[in-house]
Design a protein around this ligand. Structure first.
Ligand code: UDX
Length: 464
């Protein structure tokens, strides 16, 4: 009893600061992590930018401190250049250092020492600020373990001649990183500004090397081999990895819960109530990717011609250069009441709805984990970055989805939807999705691998 009491009082005495990258796909897992640490007895302060600021009222157990970011207006709101601009602005202003120094000073008076800063893997400037104050950092990786390994392998991929990719080597398997092919690699040399792409790739490697631990939003049974390789690489360097995903279901509390930056249209849940079980294809491409006008039109007609009910999220700005996209002429009558189009969904509730039988996704890592958790098979259409490798894992490793590759064309879309949703064609995929759903639920039980890893993480934080 005495030991437990001692541990409790040590926990209450520690505070953790967290700093997410201010994009939806990064803010959500960081707030979920913050909620989980708070539920384990730690005090948590969320440092955040004014851009895409989270709503403190939705997380009553957490403290929030706004850090001015001073990013020039000329930087595109969602482009990857924003990450570099944010780091540069934070380094120049010294605001992060100021915020951390205040927390450290307050901690002395309050006897709640600031144990560490948890940063998004891209926030090198925040890590430097912490290091200047002698504060250790842990790094949250918001992608898969496979992508963690992939992004650390770019030197090797160049040395072995896989990159830069060419038209003729796209289907070459990467022997060192199965099941990936060259076409699944995010190739910075194909970007208009290749230097920026390469720099972004290097950020996570830099922050991990300079950290006191790596936190991964994945679970043992999903990526056992990848996690073993990561452990073998990092543990000898004194950087313990913690696989504690899926973060969105780690705790039931609301502290990490409602993390959406946009208002969710809940009318779709009522619409789903009226659909047959497993009949609806949910279609959403996350918060950042864009599609061309042609791709949008082909998607619309592919859905309409598929004959399946669908719920399609057309978020503002989805189509390149268009704020609010109109649906093609004749589309509404062609849907024959089978489809519903909304601007932003309560995605986790949608995926949990019994009417949903498939998810056409861009394979952002949060969407992928949310789909796996609910046992919903995927129609994968990855676009860039980590999504490409995740799409390959969905189709070839976990075999819980169908990969839609090549030029987006309505006939191919129709065929892919059939392969996923038709009773006979998709039966094996659905079976495997159910098996994976069992596994993810086991890892979240109190004795499961992710809960045990969080306990270890808290112990590690208290030891820093
Ligand atoms: C970005 C990158 O694109 C992705 O590759 C990376 O893994 C994380 O950062 P994003 O594109 O937004 O993320 O996709 P994703 O990771 O899937 O996150 C989207 C989040 O928005 C999910 O948690 C999803 O539940 C939520 N969402 C999406 C909604 O709440 N409503 C919607 O209508 C659509």
């Amino acid at each position: 009893m005495a030991a437990a009491g001692g541990a409790e009082s040590r926990r209450a005495a520690a505070r953790v600061a967290v700093f997410p990258l201010p994009f939806q796909g990064h803010i959500s897992p960081m707030l979920q992590l913050a909620g989980a640490l708070h539920a384990r007895g730690l005090a948590v302060t969320v440092l955040h930018t004014a851009f895409n600021a989270p709503d403190p009222a939705r997380h009553p157990g957490l403290d929030f401190v706004a850090v001015p970011d001073a990013i020039p207006e000329t930087v595109a709101p969602n482009g990857i250049a924003k990450i570099l601009a944010l780091n540069a602005a934070m380094e120049a202003s010294g605001h992060v250092r100021g915020a951390l120094a205040s927390l450290m000073a307050a901690a002395e008076g309050e006897t709640r020492r600031l144990a560490c800063l948890v940063i998004d893997s891209t926030l090198t400037a925040a890590q430097k600020a912490a290091a200047g104050l002698g504060l250790p950092t842990l790094v949250l990786h918001t992608g898969s373990a496979a992508c963690f390994r992939l992004f650390r392998s770019y030197d090797l991929l160049h040395d072995k001649g896989y990159l830069p990719s060419t038209e003729s080597n796209l289907d070459m398997p990467i022997e060192e990183l199965p099941p990936l092919l060259v076409r699944d690699l995010f190739d910075p040399s194909k970007l208009p500004n290749k230097e920026i792409g390469q720099k972004i790739l290097n950020l996570a490697t830099e922050t991990t090397t300079n950290s006191s631990g790596a936190i991964l939003n994945t679970f043992e049974d999903l990526e056992p081999h990848e996690l073993r390789m990561i452990r073998d690489e990092l543990a000898p360097k004194g950087i313990p990895p913690f696989a504690i995903g899926p973060l969105h279901k780690l705790i039931a509390s609301t502290d990490g819960g409602d993390t959406s930056l946009l208002d969710q249209d809940r009318s779709c849940l009522e619409w789903l109530d009226a659909q047959a079980p497993g009949s609806v294809l949910y279609v959403s491409f996350g918060s950042v990717i864009h599609v061309t006008q042609d791709e949008f039109t082909e998607t619309a007609w592919g859905l309409a011609n598929s004959g399946k009910p669908f719920l399609w999220v057309v978020r503002r700005g989805l189509v390149l250069g268009v704020e609010k996209q109109e649906l093609p002429d004749g589309f509404e009558s062609a849907m024959e009441g089978r489809g519903k189009v909304i601007e932003w969904a309560p995605q986790q509730e949608v995926l949990a709805h019994p009417a949903v039988g498939g998810f056409w996704t861009h394979n952002g890592w949060n969407s992928t984990l949310e789909s796996i958790y609910e046992g919903v098979p995927m129609l994968s259409r990855p676009v860039f970055g980590d999504q490409l490798a995740t799409g390959r894992y969905v189709a070839d490793t976990w075999k819980v989805g169908v990969l839609l590759e090549g030029v987006l064309e309505r006939g191919e879309i129709e065929k892919a939807i059939s392969r996923l949703m038709d009773e006979n064609a998709g039966v094996e995929i659905r079976g495997r999705a159910e098996e994976l759903k069992e596994k993810v639920r086991m890892c979240l039980e109190s004795s499961g691998s992710s809960q045990q890893a969080v306990d270890k993480l808290v112990g590690h934080i208290l030891s820093l």
